[in-house]
Design a protein around this ligand. Structure first.
Ligand code: BG6
Length: 517
């Protein structure tokens, strides 16, 4: 098997540029962005001439900022940390403290950028990464626009990367898009969803569209239903303030889970270009049957964890006891739903989505559950027809990235007994790839101007349009049974019933390669 590094498989160094991070002292910057930048440089994909400017509300000196990043990258980078590469990168890091609403901050930033690009002879290509709380997105963009920092010309570009959450419902997403469009063209806006940066998510496109055996059976004639699970064992950590306002649905479904659904359910694009792919993804999101207000309670499930024990015996507190969470909080930490897609390919095939905090493990998996074989002739089998599982294909996004197929085989011996076995492809066994944060690809794409893996305005709006009725009903009828699942369990009982009503059940996560005859 050839060893190929996923980051390295993109061949060219990115063009010279300066990255400006608003929220330069925040968690995302320390845990993900700088480790990802370090990885890019190690793989020689970062531009030769480059600088990063952190902008934050904390009054730090440049030296203190570099020390903070140094400690963070050493902690979060993991294996393969490279002293030389990191040492060189740190020398190109700058910091500006200030309030995001203060126009003077942008005048200082402009002067610093001119100084950096002048001294280092970097083309004035800037990308501004908004890693701030969402209430600052529009303000920062407007200020950048006023300061002239978003003006492009033939020889340089300006881009803005917007982190999630992008709005909290359709109305606010439309408003944010409107505000951004006042100072930016759509092609300058890079709305990030780090799930799209995950190798295995991109691999779904390769799996579907670079193989001739998969597509012909990727439809309602062969597939019974699809399950998408994003389970986390983490609680809300230090993000109680944000999370208690957002909840599991807003935090995960319109972005990450619907991004996964879109790559599974989209039609083949006419090219691998950004617009062709994003057109198909938006089309499929728009084809999802709207959940009517009167259908919400039957088609969705919400949950909140109580105190419990995680696998390994760690006792953890209830959500309502977490820092910055209201003691009588009605916010959901678990959400599940059943969606139907009105297309020729998917009519009648339910897509079940679930996500939650404090579940027994960290698993992101997509299960393509095939239909039963049309005729069962193995009458001597110990298994009865109804107990012979239909084939399932499991796309494991994390951990153990890979793809597994469960199928039935004959157990050796004189009688025709059947057992379930699996074929398993594991990324780490086939490719000598270093683990990535998902941000490497996205940062590189932003520097090279490839928007394929970023959300377009219409895609975000389609996702929120779908979520609005659910949010309306959930807020009008607050849950009365919270907390309704124990930390360390697989979520509320109602989530089991959501599938049981259709005669189905959730497939245990991490199960594929453990299937046994
Ligand atoms: C973030 C959510 O977007 O994704 C978090 O805000 C969640 O609540 C995280 O923990 C999950 O990402 P990953 O890459 O760890 O699966």
């Amino acid at each position: 098997m050839p060893a190929t590094d996923p980051v390295n498989s993109a061949s060219e160094m990115a063009p010279p540029n300066v990255m400006v991070i608003f929220g330069g002292t925040g968690d995302l910057t320390r845990r993900k962005l700088f480790p990802a930048l370090h990885h890019l440089w190690k793989e020689k994909l970062g531009p030769e001439r480059f600088a990063v400017v952190g902008v934050g509300r904390e009054a730090l000196t440049e030296a203190a900022y570099r020390d903070m990043l140094d400690a963070a990258v050493r902690e979060y980078y993991g294996e393969g940390f490279d002293e030389t590469v990191w040492g060189e990168m740190l020398r190109s890091v700058y910091y500006i403290p200030g309030a995001f609403a203060d126009p003077e901050l942008y005048a200082r930033l402009d002067r610093l950028l001119q100084r950096i690009t002048g001294e280092s002879q970097i083309a004035p290509n800037y990308f501004f990464y908004l890693a701030t709380p969402p209430n600052f997105f529009a303000e920062i963009a407007a200020q950048l626009g006023r300061a002239g920092l978003l003006n492009e010309s033939g020889d340089h570009w300006r881009r803005v990367v917007v982190e999630k959450p992008f709005g909290r419902d359709l109305r606010s997403a439309l408003e944010l898009n409107r505000q951004l469009h006042q100072v930016l063209r759509e092609r300058q806006i890079y709305r990030i969803d780090h799930y799209l940066g995950k190798e295995t998510v991109q691999n779904i496109l390769a799996f579907r569209f670079a193989n001739s055996t998969i597509e012909p059976i990727w439809n309602r004639r062969y597939i019974d239903h699809v399950q998408i699970t994003v389970a986390e064992s983490l609680g809300v950590e230090r993000r109680g303030g944000y999370y208690d306002q957002a909840g599991a649905l807003r935090d995960m479904i319109p972005n990450h889970l619907l991004a996964l659904l879109a790559v599974v359910a989209m039609e083949p694009p006419t090219s691998f270009g950004a617009e062709a792919i994003r057109d198909e993804q938006t089309k499929v999101l728009r084809a999802i049957q709207p959940i009517g207000h009167d259908e919400v309670l039957a088609a969705t499930v919400r949950g909140q964890y109580g105190a419990g024990t995680l696998p390994g015996g760690v006792r953890v507190p209830a959500y309502r006891s977490e820092a910055k969470v209201a003691p009588d909080s009605k916010t959901e930490t678990y959400a599940a739903m059943r969606l139907m897609i009105d297309t020729w390919r998917w009519a009648g095939v339910p897509f079940y989505l679930r996500t939650g905090k404090r579940l027994p493990g960290r698993f992101t998996e997509i299960v393509i559950q095939y239909q039963h074989a049309p005729n069962f002739m193995f009458r001597d089998s110990l298994l009865k027809r109804e107990n012979v599982p239909a084939n399932s294909l499991v796309l494991r996004i994390q951990p153990d990235e890979g793809i597994g197929l469960n199928f039935n085989a004959k157990v050796p011996g004189p009688t025709a007994h059947l057992g379930t076995v699996d074929m398993d492809f594991r990324y780490d066994e086939h490719f000598s790839a270093a683990p990535t944060t998902g941000y490497e690809t996205l940062l590189y794409d932003c520097m090279t101007g490839d928007a394929t893996l970023f959300k377009r305005a219409d895609n975000i709006e389609a996702a929120w349009a779908l979520m609005d009725p659910v949010l309306d009903v959930w807020s009008a009828l607050p849950a009365r049974d919270f907390p309704n699942y124990l930390a360390g369990s697989w979520g509320p009982e109602a989530a089991e019933q959501l599938l049981a009503r259709d005669g189905r059940s959730w497939r245990p996560c991490g199960f594929c390669h453990k299937a046994s005859p």
